[in-house]
Design a protein around this ligand. Structure first.
Ligand code: MG
Length: 227
């Protein structure tokens, strides 16, 4: 029901109220309905009804005069990091045993970064560099799960809710499938969602390019928010 319709109803009931008040005062209703003195309470009942209606309209106007509608928003994310010896390979918030690791200002978690960008994009909040600059010493060497926790707070502040996340990690080695359950648990915990709301996939690059040569790792993600 629109605000205009509610105002029209309010006017209608106001007219009924004043008409009933007038009739009651002249005792016309007493004779017409046979309710006797009970009819004297009719104005009071109508006053209460009118009060409730006015409060309802007031709340409707404050909320913009529209019924609450759930809107679905989507965002994509992509990230790539070079792989180098002497670094830990952090993917999805956990350390994956490997002879190389991601180079990066933080822990180089390519999956967390792609998810972060997807979430920020869906929320209309820019990108990961806007919030976690790779020139800020504050983020040097930190776990990328912190980025996701902060992103979740930003999403909460905008009264949005994470519906679903899907991501693919692209690397030639190591095999990631066995690590997905632990990654999903770590990521879901940071985002305050159920692990079932996060899907992970792995691909190789068929031996081509820098990913195929084992020199880099990449991730793509899509986030769906509601609010
Ligand atoms: Mg990155």
């Amino acid at each position: 029901m629109t605000t205009r319709q509610k105002v029209q109803i309010a006017l209608f009931w106001s007219l009924i109220f004043f008409l009933a008040l007038f009739l009651a005062r002249t005792n016309t209703l007493n004779r017409a309905t046979g309710l006797g003195q009970a009819i004297n309470y009719l104005p009071l009942v109508l006053i209460v009804a009118l009060f409730v209606l006015v409060i309802t309209i007031d709340r409707s106007i404050k909320s913009g005069g529209r019924s609450k509608t759930v809107v679905t928003r989507s965002g994509i994310g992509y990230d790539l990091h070079r792989l180098s010896e002497g670094r830990k390979l952090m993917i999805g918030g956990i350390e994956v045993p490997f002879d190389k690791g991601s180079l990066g200002h933080s822990d180089g978690d390519v999956l967390a970064h792609a998810l972060c960008d997807a979430l920020l994009g869906a929320a209309g909040l820019g990108d990961i560099g806007t919030h976690f600059s790779d020139t800020d010493a504050k983020w040097k060497g930190v776990s990328s799960l912190l980025f996701l926790e902060h992103t979740r707070k930003l999403i909460d502040e905008r009264h949005l809710r994470i519906n679903h996340l899907d991501a693919v990690v692209i690397c030639e080695r190591p095999k990631l499938g066995p690590h997905f359950p632990a990654m999903r648990d770590a990521l879901a915990r940071s985002l305050g969602i159920a692990a079932g709301q996060l899907n992970l996939k792995a691909k190789t690059n068929e031996g081509t390019g820098e990913i195929g040569r084992g020199e880099a790792i990449a991730a793509q993600a899509i986030a769906t928010l509601e609010g």
